[in-house]
Design a protein around this ligand. Structure first.
Ligand SMILES: [Zn+2]
Ligand SMILES: [Zn+2]
Length: 159
C-alpha cells in the first residue's frame, strides 16, 4: 500500500484499502492460513516533515490450535497501528507494505486456542478429546509408587 504525498490533504485524509494477504508471506507456515485481504483503514496526515499514519488493520485467518491442532477461524487485528515516516522534500510516495506485514505478524498469537475450553489431544493415542472421550484408561499413579506402598504395608506386617 502506497501513499502519494502530493495527494494527502493538508488536514489529513482517510485511506481505506484492501492489501492482498499474500504480503504476509505465510504460505509456507503450516499453522496459519490467510483467508482474505488485509483491510486497512488509516488516517494519514503530514505533520512537520513527517507522514503520520494511524488506524486499524484486520485480516481473516485460520489458525491451528496449539492444543488440539484443529484449524479455527479468527481475525487478526490491530486497532492502534501508528507509524511516522520522514518525508524530506521530493518524497513522492511512502510504502506502508513492510510495516503492515510486520504489524500483522506481531499480532499472531504464540499459542492460539480454538476455545479456552479446548480439551486438546489424548497424550496416549492422539484422539481429539473435543470430539469425545477415547478408549484410553485415565492416567493413573506411576507403578513404582504403588510398589513403594506395598513395601510399607509389608513392613507393618507383624513379624
Ligand atoms: Zn483446540
Ligand atoms: Zn486416548
Amino acid at each position: 500500500m502506497r501513499i502519494e504525498i502530493s495527494k494527502v490533504p493538508a488536514d489529513g485524509g482517510l485511506y481505506e484499502e484492501e492489501v492482498p494477504g499474500a504480503i504476509l508471506e505465510l504460505d509456507q507456515d503450516a499453522h496459519v492460513r490467510v483467508e482474505g485481504p488485509i483491510s486497512c483503514r488509516f488516517k494519514v496526515q503530514e505533520v512537520s516533515g513527517e507522514l503520520v499514519v494511524q488506524g486499524s488493520l484486520r485480516v481473516p485467518v485460520s489458525l491451528a490450535c496449539s492444543r488440539c491442532a484443529g484449524f479455527f477461524s479468527t481475525t487478526l487485528a490491530d486497532l492502534s497501528f501508528l507509524r511516522a515516516y520522514d518525508v524530506p522534500e521530493g518524497t513522492e510516495t511512502v510504502d506502508l507494505t513492510a510495516d503492515i506485514r510486520e504489524d500483522m505478524l506481531l499480532n499472531l498469537p504464540a499459542f492460539p486456542l480454538c476455545s479456552p475450553e479446548c480439551k486438546g489431544l489424548c497424550p496416549q493415542c492422539g484422539h481429539n478429546l473435543n470430539e469425545g472421550p477415547c478408549a484410553c484408561k485415565p492416567p493413573h499413579v506411576e507403578p513404582d509408587k504403588w510398589s513403594a506402598l506395598d513395601g510399607l504395608k509389608g513392613l507393618k506386617k507383624p513379624g
